[in-house]
Write a protein that binds this ligand. Sequence first.
Ligand code: 8X3
Length: 245
Amino acid sequence: MSELHAVVTGASSGIGAAAVRRLTAEGWRVTAVARRQERLAALQAETGCAVIVADITSAADVARLAQAVTGPVHALVNNAGGAVGWVTIAQSSPDDWLSQYALNVVGTVRVTQALLPHLIDSGRGDVINLTSTAGHEPYEYGAGYVAAKHAEAAMTRTLRLELTGTGVRVMEIAPGMVHTEEFSLHRFDGDQSKADAVYQGIEPLTAQDIADAAFYALSRPHHVSMDLMVIRPREQGGATKTVRR
Ligand code: 8X3
C-alpha cells in the first residue's frame, strides 16, 4: 500500500503534537492543523509533517483546510478541544458553554464533514475522536465541558452508525487525566498553581500514552474497529475519585 496520510487537529501541543510525532515516526505522512503558526513550524521542522494553520471553529478556515489537504486521507484525528472554567452551573457563563460546544462538538463536526470525501475515497478511512472520560460521566464544576464531551461522544456513536458500510471506522478515545502543558492551564485561565494541583500526588497519563493508543487503534487490521477506548491513570478510579499520595 502507498503511504498512509493522517490529518491531526489541535496539533500544536499536547496529545495532538504527540500524535503527529508518533505517526510520522511510524512512517505516516501527516498534516498537522492548529491555530498557532510558530508552534506548527517547529513541529514541521522536527517531524517533517505538513502544516495548515486553521481555527476549526471558523467555517472559512475549515473550507480552506479542505482545499489545502491533498490526496487521500486515511485517518482524521479529531483532537482539537478544551475546557474553560471550573465553576458550578449556577455560576457558569453561558458564553463559556457556547464556546466549549463550538470547539469540542461543532468544530469536530466541521472538520469531519470537510474531510469525509477524502476518507471515503481512501478506501480505508479512520476517524478518531479524542473525547474524554468527561464524555461518559459527570463531575461537579465542569458541566460545560462535561456536556460538550457527552455531545461529542454521542455524535461519534451516531457517525459510526451513519458510516457503517462505507469502509470508514469511527473510533473514540476517552482519556482521563492527561498531564499536558495547556489543558488545565486553559481551564484555570492561566493559573499555573491550580493547573499543577490537578496532577499532584498521582502519576497522570501523558500525551504519549494517548498517542500510543491512537496508533494502536489505527494499526489494527481494518476489519477491527476499536469503537471506544477509555484510558485513565491507575489512581483515578473515576471522574470523582482520585487517590493521591
Ligand atoms: C480531560 C479529562 O478529567 O479533566 O478531558 O475531564 S478531565
